[in-house]
Design a binder for this molecule. Sequence first.
Ligand code: 6GU
Length: 229
Amino acid sequence: MRIDIITVLPEMLESPLNYSIVKRAQEKGLAEIHVHNLRDFSDDKHRRVDDYAFSKGAGMVMAIQPIEKAIESLTSKREYDEIIFTTPDGKLFDQKEANTLSLKKNIIILCGHYKGVDQRVRDHFITKEISIGDYVLTGGELAAAVISDSVVRLIPGVLSDETSALTDSFQDNLLSPPVYTRPAEYKGMKVPDILLSGNDQLVDDWKHEQAVERTKNLRPDLYKKYNGE
Ligand code: 6GU
């Protein structure tokens, strides 16, 4: 899978996507992440990418020209499955969307900034608008990093069996059960006996029970979905 990210702050995206599983996915050739500086596509002599809104008091708006040029420079080279815009008024991102995106070949993520982007960009170039939660970030860069991270780890071959996405929280609308490692007892705090029993069936039943209990207590909204409500 190839992800092209268009941003006014490329430095903000270099580091978060160069660690751990996402780094390994790129080294294994399973994912390619390319970050592009929007300013490089501005025809303005000062490399400006924003301008005043037509309506008073609306602040600065990302202009259409550099965005069209940046997108065109990519779409002229290969076909893209989605052109995503990160924005607080987009559709809420979730694990289902991450699963869907992980099956795509090429995607573009345009990071929102300032007061917004010229509506013509959204109407004519963007195929999907995504928000990562009901709060406001200073820009779409962290959202693009969140989306890329959650999508890349789902690409087949990226995770080992041990860390398989099948056991992730949210995969079946259940939170993960608690986990423990050695020692079996630390300063009087004990690991549940059942985990030391060696009975795989009992342990699996216990884990499922714990996952259901945790979900019921911590995420009643998810628990409803789990029960098919
Ligand atoms: Cl995608 N962008 C911004 N600026 N704020 C957000 C967001 C995106 N998602 C949640 N808050």
